[in-house]
Design a protein around this ligand. Structure first.
Ligand code: NAP
Length: 262
């Protein structure tokens, strides 16, 4: 389950390895999906029951949750559906960003708190929280928003412009953007992803305050912080499965030869 750079990277590495047959799943939120170099599917599963049914039908050797840390519903569904179907589950989630020297962060619990933290005085705001989170900022229409999102959309805020762009972003370009737009405050999710960290570094360099929205709580699951340990986890799983079968990994652990996926 993807929707992140880590998920794409992992699926592409697995697709290049004949021992695996990955299937990368996208929710289908963006209008302009960049096709990965790996087999993929698009669209929701239909809740926990739908995902469990999918797992029973496809019988993957493992389910990898490489969704964004804020995709809390999908991650919760993954835990429940994996339990229901006894599918080994691994979550790939990079650690939250931690404030470094020079950072001027205000940590808030959610989007309404971020909107409130902007204050009464109109400010020039770089809003980098995703299209689906804009509604909360209707409570603070006095600010000038530069909203960055993957696709162009109508933000429905009186003083907002949309900048359609897809990461990863470089520090120099982010700094130039913040300066050119005379941004006074940055609002971001604490995504933890390297691909979107540049705006945090740029804000630090310019001495700008950042309002950082904390991650939602997720149900516990075995977790690694990047694709590399996920590969090691999969290899260990394949070895265990092979050992339980009394020898080398089965053909069914080489799903390229059988209709099993990871
Ligand atoms: P969400 O609230 O956790 O999930 C809502 C529903 O979308 C899920 O119940 C599921 O529908 C479907 N869904 C989510 N991820 C899916 C996936 N990888 N494959 C198939 N169906 C999926 O998720 P979200 O926050 O809307 O995020 C949607 C996608 O965008 C995720 O893949 C996530 O990795 C990516 N993304 C999210 C953010 C963010 O800030 N939230 C940022 C960057 C990328 P059903 O119940 O019908 O199965």
């Amino acid at each position: 389950m993807g929707g992140t750079g880590e998920g794409r990277q992992l699926a592409e590495i697995l697709a290049a390895d004949p021992a695996y047959a990955p299937l990368l799943s996208f929710a289908g939120r963006t209008a302009s999906l960049q096709a990965p170099r790996a087999p993929y599917r698009v669209g929701g599963f239909g809740g926990v029951a739908g995902l469990a049914e999918f797992l029973r039908a496809e019988r993957p050797a493992a389910l990898i949750d490489a969704t964004h840390p804020f995709a809390a519903q999908m991650s919760s569904h993954a835990v429940l559906a994996a339990q229901l179907t006894a599918t080994p589950l691994l979550r790939v989630e990079c650690p939250a960003w931690r404030a470094a020297s020079g950072d001027r962060w205000t940590n808030v619990a959610d989007m309404p708190a971020a909107a409130a933290a902007l204050g009464e005085r109109p400010r020039r705001v770089f809003l980098s929280v995703g299209r689906l989170e804009i509604d909360a900022f209707r409570a603070a229409p006095q600010h000038d928003y530069l909203v960055r999102a993957v696709d162009e959309f109508a933000p429905g805020l009186p003083r907002a412009r949309v900048l359609a762009a897809r990461g990863p972003f470089a520090v120099a370009a982010e700094r130039e953007l913040l300066e050119r737009e005379r941004i006074e405050v940055v609002v971001s999710k604490n995504a933890g992803t390297p691909a979107t960290y540049a705006k945090i570094v740029a804000a630090r360099a310019l001495g700008l305050p950042v309002i950082l929205v904390a991650r939602p709580l997720l149900p516990p699951a075995e977790t690694v912080d990047s694709f590399a340990p996920a590969l090691a986890w999969l290899a260990a799983l394949a070895r265990r499965t092979g050992a339980e079968d009394g020898g080398a990994p089965r053909a069914s652990d080489h799903p390229a030869r059988e209709p099993r996926g990871v």
